[in-house]
Design a protein around this ligand. Sequence first.
Ligand code: URA
Length: 436
Amino acid sequence: MARYVDLIYKKRFGGEHTKQEIHQIVNGVITGEMPDYQISAWLMAICINGMTLDETAFLTEEIVKSGETIDLSSLGEYVIDKHSTGGVGDKTTLVLTPLLSSTGIPIAKLSGRGLGHTGGTIDKLEAIEGLNTSIPVDKFLDQVKKYGIAVGGQTAKLAPADKTLYAIRDVTATVDSIPLIAASVVSKKIAAGSNVIILDVKYGTGAFMKTVAEAVELANTMVEVGNRLNKQITCCVTSMEQPLGCAVGHSLEVIESIETLKHKGPEDLTELCLTLGAVALTKSKMVNSIDEGKALLVKNLDNGEALKKFEDLIKAQEGDISVISDYSKFRQANIKHEFKADNDGYVLKCDALSIARACKAMGAGRDKKDDPINMAVGVVVKKKVADKVQSGETLAEIYADEDQHLQVAIDYLKQAYELTDKQPEKPVLINKMIGA
Ligand code: URA
């Protein structure tokens, strides 16, 4: 067996690990034999020197083997899973899972908590009073059989090596590495057992991949790693330059998701959910084309079936279903402030990262692993890129609990918004489909 320090040297100088070496490292991670400082150094060496596709696939496979895998075959021929690489205001899972489940396809979705500046589905769902996201695997499967839908937190038993690696990456500036993200995402999807895997790969200031080219490389890597491990993966490469939809912040995002399930949500969020959903339905052979898939999904938004599934989900997971018709049941922030435009023009920039930082400053994110989250605070953008604005009009609403937090949030919003005289083009939301 090699010494860990020699394996770090190898990666530091651009060497390629063998399968055996990666096995040794992942084993060292889960047994604790490889200390955090050596794991950190190794991760940093990967960030700087990268990994080959072989190494990335070996790493993915070893992370899967570090824990249990769920067998979903009893749920039906096709079981869908969807994952986003992380964004701002990205509430797609809250809309898409009940929407897809309303067509009759089982949804067994394991989601994460907030990560860096990005929000997490599990935290958002917990904005609903009483809702339980910590479901043991057997109950999780029973729930999918009974209601056709379950959304739970990643259990400690699945891909435990990713849990450790991720926690270290989060605090060692080693998150935004293509092989590390690919191995982290794909290993969890394989361990969770679905056979239709749709990945939403984000690019832009609010994403981990800053450019389209990087996001495409990440998408290609995940599709190829999936191929090597016998899982068909489809990636949708989408923009995260500005928040998705309008709401950013836990309760605010759940409210916007409910509105979207009532077919009254923002256009971009609705369009993304319909597209990802239609791809999933085609992959599951439920429909013959994307257009047919979209039509079916629109029908279920309009006839209330999708919203009914969200109600089933909340009920099954012991949450308060009255939030669906009464948004005052969500905890309300103490202060509502309207952030207004100083002059006329068009929105040139509505920067996702600055808005995420505003929300974090008000308590919507964690600094340390177990920090509590303030569910009530956040930002609702009223104007997005290419929108016309008049001086004095509200660009965004800020929901804060404390005056001093509000001031920090206002400063971030000043950085987020930029106006221009000439109307810019409306940005493209869905850039590419890879592996479809
Ligand atoms: N989401 C994950 O699950 N892992 C990453 O590394 C990044 C986003």
